[in-house]
Design a protein around this ligand. Structure first.
Ligand code: TMO
Length: 325
């Protein structure tokens, strides 16, 4: 018996080490892939939060752990660069191209591809405003009617309401010599509070809006048409109608919408990374995702559940065959 003991231990050890290290490299990777959560960035507007939730549920369906990391669009770049967060599903050209391109050029993040959706982020007004500001949507109409948009914040100038995203609005007001002051709202949703208050009594209002968004399904309105955007407009003062200042133009029309990943995503969660590259939302899908919450008053989670239920064939097609369980 005492002689058998060492043999037994040897055999047991051998059995377990063979079982667990049959392919040591593959095994460690598999563990890390499924044990470490993929951290998805959530920002502060509806479609982004719903689509992040949709993306997270798809990853969970594939067997991954998922965490959501609420971050401002300003703070998300450092998190991605340090692999503290790994996925951003809505990078908008109009508000984020500058930082996105800088991070890409520095090799700090990965471009995970472009959605089919075409985007625009711009000054916007509800249709009834045209009656008191003839000439809209041409921006030059604003030269003669700034007073119509006066509020206690800006008196005697007009107010333009912007959201908490990096936009060169003050530089544009200066470059185009407009009599407006920019009121930056703390929360994205504050824009819709202002819009509803104004629209109820048909008070003129000018605010930041974008497409695709739920707003277009509820309010008739239009974007202000500023001089066409060009990259030089943002960097070359001599470009455009004001020879002394940059930003004498509007935001891009037909802008791109991209996905971003951390540098470690592909090597750590290769199937999730492949799926992220395939994820591809259209204008209608994004507008629908946001109206489920902002119009139909569902929670973000309910909206994601409903979206996944109604679009099963689409999201299943984003998962590569080799990654299907
Ligand atoms: C990035 N956003 C859609 C708020 O303009």
């Amino acid at each position: 018996m005492t002689q058998l003991f060492p043999l037994l231990i040897l055999l047991t050890t051998l059995f377990f080490s063979l079982a667990s290290t049959a392919n040591p490299i593959e095994n460690n990777q598999a563990n890390e892939e499924k044990d470490r959560p993929i951290r998805i960035i959530t920002n502060n507007w509806t479609s982004q939060i719903v689509l992040s939730e949709v993306t997270g549920r798809i990853f969970q369906d594939m067997g991954y752990l998922v965490e959501y990391v609420p971050l401002s669009t300003a703070d998300q770049w450092g998190a991605l660069a340090h692999n503290v967060a790994h996925v951003q599903v809505e990078v908008w050209q109009g508000t984020m191209s500058e930082m996105f391109n800088r991070m890409l050029a520095g090799d700090h993040i990965v471009d995970a591809g472009t959605h089919a959706a075409k985007t625009r982020e711009e000054w916007w007004y509800p249709k009834y405003v045209e009656a008191v500001c003839p000439g809209l949507p041409d921006w030059q109409a604003l030269k003669n009617c700034a007073k119509e948009f006066e509020t206690p914040f800006s008196a005697p100038s007009g107010t333009y309401f912007s959201g908490p995203w990096e936009k060169p609005d003050t530089a544009r007001v200066r470059a185009l010599d407009l009599d407006f002051k920019v009121k930056v709202l703390a929360q994205g949703d504050d824009l819709w509070v202002e819009l509803e208050k104004a629209a109820k009594i048909k008070r003129p209002i000018l605010l930041f809006n974008w497409t695709p968004n739920w707003v277009e399904s509820i309010y008739e309105g239009a974007f202000v048409e500023f001089p066409n955007h060009s990259p030089e407009c943002e960097t070359e003062p001599s470009w455009g109608i004001n020879k002394n200042f940059a930003h004498d133009c509007g935001n891009p029309k037909g802008g791109w919408l991209k996905k971003a990943a951390s540098k470690d995503m592909e090597s750590t969660w290769s199937c999730a990374y492949e799926t992220l590259k395939n994820i591809n939302f259209t204008n209608l899908q994004i507008a629908t995702a946001s109206s489920l919450v902002d119009v139909k008053k569902q929670s973000y989670e309910q909206a994601a559940t409903n979206w996944l239920k109604d679009n099963r064939a689409i999201w299943q097609s984003w998962i590569p065959d080799r990654c299907k369980q």
